[in-house]
Design a protein around this ligand. Structure first.
Ligand code: FAD
Ligand code: SIN
Length: 555
């Protein structure tokens, strides 16, 4: 393809990844028109709720008094270690090495990061779990996502050649064969069709948007579980859209649970940055139990902390609980109350200044967190798996790209390092834009297993989002067993695919996740098999990619 072959691009999603892709593409390819479709308001996304901030090693201005002791090599090492042996070193190197450039691009677009309280010429740097240095840049203390979205949406709205379509749900990726004929069928082994636009629903009416390339920036799927930090719109649409288009997906068994959501309906997040500033987890007896589970205690990797909470509640009656049979452990691990985040040592003035949003949130629930520990519970937070891409966002379907949480670039492996997700959207959004500006380039080929989910459907009952969330939370959450996953598979296979696109997408994602989790019999990162608890002494089984079996791809 030539550089000017991409004249019109549809970007699906207006979180950090979609916004960044749109802005950088318009800068690099001024001839290109962008359509940015978002299923609700432009500003609504997971991004908007981000608290801790963006991990990045950025240089201090020359001559500053206290230069930060950090390096890109350390950021790479921390990311690989958190990924539990399954992160892709090449992708991780790209992520960390291009972080400073990404931050500079955000600043050029109007994003203003908090400055250090002791030296206004250097950025404030927060500490989060499994980082060997304080390197998390933030905005508004703990309102990083809101600040980011405000600046980037304003920049998008200023550009007359970015057409913003709000309340516009993308329901299908359109495909075209090499002769230019439209055909909804996914690719066959013989000929790969290319993405040629999308079908959308707006105000109840279906419409087609044609484009030379389609970028999925649709975020995650926290709504698969009943306790989640994600908003209602996080329904895995991008994975479903890509699956139906025939794209490869990978690492779907790895779903990250954040250890500290506030234990109230809706599970609002209490940022890991609070532990980074010195708060700690205690059980109902006031015991700092994380020291019993990992040498890094409260700042152990996120998968370890969530799992330790679940196991602590399971095995320690001090949390007011007694043990349960192994099959029930997932349910027990997410039972309410029993673990608290104690930030009382940080002092009221500091909490108000550093965490204004969380101070207001806890007060809203009647808690003065400067004097009382806050009840917390793990909640579904981030999907490491997704649509498989190369390091420029290209999927295995020509013309179809994926960036941000929906993509599986390989940077997170089996467990994401804190605050690397916003960074992923910034870095790979920019790289995807650069690839599009240069004509898109050829789609990569990945080794995949073709999967025929339809063949196992028994389809006997209708279902609600709550039914699906209960199945997933009971059997595919923090602690899993082979028997539990098999039960989940049977339940999900019996659900009648729904006409509501979001519910249908959740069902497909749930079935893919459970399939991938059943195939991984050993524990690794966020995938913990309580019936096979010890990670194998040898390297974990490699990452698996799947694609939809069709007439053309069935053996
Ligand atoms: P999102 O921000 O989720 O945006 C997805 C967009 O796609 C939305 O606009 C949505 O409306 C749209 N969309 C989805 N499906 C469709 C469809 N079918 N049609 C049209 N539009 C569609 N990460 C960090 O690095 N640092 C943090 O501090 C941090 N804090 C977090 C706090 C919370 C409470 C949560 C939930 C997550 C946090 N994360 C954090 C994770 C991070 O925020 C997300 O992974 C990241 O923002 C994802 O960005 P994205 O652009 O890929 O997707
Ligand atoms: C947090 O602030 O704890 C969330 C950070 C993240 O998800 O990376």
């Amino acid at each position: 393809m030539t550089a000017d072959a991409v004249q019109r691009v549809v970007i699906v999603g207006s979180g950090v990844a979609g916004l960044q892709t749109a802005l950088v593409l318009r800068r690099l390819a001024p001839h290109c028109d962008v359509v940015l479709a978002s299923k609700t308001a432009l500003a609504e996304s997971n991004t908007r709720y981000a608290q801790g901030g963006i991990a990045a090693v950025v240089p201090d201005p020359p001559g500053t008094r206290a230069a930060a002791h950090d390096s890109v090599a350390d950021h790479i090492a921390d990311t690989l270690a958190a990924g539990a042996g399954l992160a892709d070193p090449e992708a991780v190197a790209v992520l960390c090495a291009e972080a400073a450039r990404g931050i500079a691009a955000l600043q050029a677009a109007g994003v203003v990061f908090d400055a250090s309280p002791t030296d206004a010429t250097v950025p404030a740097r927060g500490r989060e779990a499994a980082h060997s240095a304080a390197r998390v840049l933030h905005l508004g203390g703990d309102a990083s996502g809101a600040g980011l979205v405000a600046a980037l949406t304003a920049a998008v709205r200023r550009d007359p050649r970015i057409e913003v379509l709000e309340d516009t749900l993308v329901t299908r990726v359109l495909l075209q064969d090499s002769a230019g004929h439209d055909d909804g069928a996914p690719p066959t082994r013989q000929g790969r069709r290319r993405a040629s636009g999308v079908e959308v629903l707006h105000g109840g009416a279906a419409r087609t948007l044609r484009a030379d390339a389609v970028v999925l920036a649709t975020g995650g799927a926290g709504q698969l579980f009943d306790s989640t930090t994600n908003p209602r719109i996080a329904t895995g649409d991008g994975v479903a859209l890509a699956w139906h288009a025939g794209a490869a997906v990978a690492d779907l068994e790895f779903f990250q649970f954040h250890p500290t959501s506030l234990d109230v309906p809706g599970n609002p997040l209490i940022s890991e940055a609070v532990r980074g500033e010195g708060a700690h987890l205690v059980d109902a007896d006031g015991h700092r139990f994380m020291a019993d589970y990992h040498p890094d205690g409260d700042l152990a990797p996120r998968d370890v902390v969530s799992r330790s909470i679940a196991q602590h509640l399971l095995h320690h009656p001090s949390g007011g609980r007694s043990g349960t049979p192994e099959g029930d452990c997932a349910r027990e691990g997410r039972r309410r109350a029993g673990v608290y985040l104690d930030a009382t040592g940080l002092g009221r003035a500091f909490l108000v200044r550093r965490f204004p949003t969380l101070t207001a949130l806890t007060a809203q629930h009647g808690i003065d967190w400067s004097s009382t520990p806050v009840p917390v519970v793990p909640a579904a937070h981030y999907w490491m798996g997704g649509v498989r891409t190369d390091t420029s966002g290209r999927t295995s379907v020509p013309g179809l790209f994926a960036v941000g949480e929906v993509a599986r670039t390989g940077v997170h492996g089996a467990n994401r390092l804190a605050s690397n997700s916003l960074l992923e959207g910034v870095v790979f959004g920019a790289r995807c834009a650069a690839a599009l500006a240069a004509g898109g380039g050829p789609a990569p080929s990945f080794d995949v297993e073709y999967l025929d989910l339809e063949a196992e459907e028994t389809v006997t009952q209708s279902f609600t989002r709550g039914d699906l969330q209960a199945v997933m939370s009971d059997h595919a959450g923090v602690l899993r067993t082979g028997a539990g996953l098999e039960l989940a598979r049977k339940h999900l296979a019996s659900y009648r695919p729904d006409t509501d696109p979001e519910l249908a997408n959740l069902l497909l994602c749930a079935r893919l996740l459970v399939h991938a989790a059943s195939r991984r019999t050993g524990s690794c990162g966020a995938h913990h098999r309580a019936d096979q608890p010890d990670p194998a002494p040898q390297a974990p089984a490699p990452s698996r990619s799947y694609a939809r079996a069709t007439e053309g791809t069935r053996p």
